[in-house]
Design a protein. Structure first.
Length: 169
């Protein structure tokens, strides 16, 4: 079982806490296992974008943070966590498909109206896929190969996943 540390979520009105796995320098600090009083999200890096992206609310900050992660491996296979962290959203579900289904009433179908910084969601496989739209039919996401920018059409051909839609920020 993973160990977790807790710290406040940056927010003007919230006393909520995030629980995350202990990594790097923090491994010697006291621990708390997750429970109903904590939002659990497995952030693996010491350079978590707390000040840059959490509660950022602006598409430019979402996209800027996503671009800053290109080539990194910390979010490998955690696409929904990557997209959620980039946008500053709390969890909308345990997978990309669940997250889309829980908020699709706010979303737009396919690439219609997509703006850089919008979150994009794909169906296919057990969990689906999520990322940050970067413009010109491309998106940035955490993949099994690290954080990459891919063309949506190429991604669909490569993985068999189909774009469900995009969610304005």
């Amino acid at each position: 079982m993973d160990e977790y540390i807790t710290r406040p979520i940056i927010s003007d009105t919230s006393n909520d806490y995030i629980a995350r796995p202990i990594v790097g320098k923090e491994a010697t600090k006291s621990t708390q296992t997750s429970n109903d009083n904590y939002i659990v999200r497995p952030v693996i890096s010491n350079d978590e974008p707390t000040n840059m992206a959490l509660n950022a609310g602006a598409d430019s900050k979402t996209l800027a943070w996503a671009k800053s992660q290109l080539g990194k491996k910390e979010y490998e296979n955690y696409c929904q966590l990557f997209a959620r962290t980039a946008s500053g959203q709390e969890s909308q579900g345990p997978s990309a498909i669940a997250a889309w289904n829980n908020q699709k009433d706010k979303g737009l179908p396919g690439i219609v109206g997509a703006q850089p910084g919008n979150l994009v969601y794909f169906e296919g496989g057990q969990y689906g896929h999520a990322g940050v739209y970067s413009g010109n039919n491309k998106f940035i996401s955490a993949t099994p190969w690290g954080v990459e920018e891919n063309n949506i059409n190429d991604w669909e051909k490569k993985t068999g996943q189909k774009l469900l839609g995009n969610l304005p920020q």
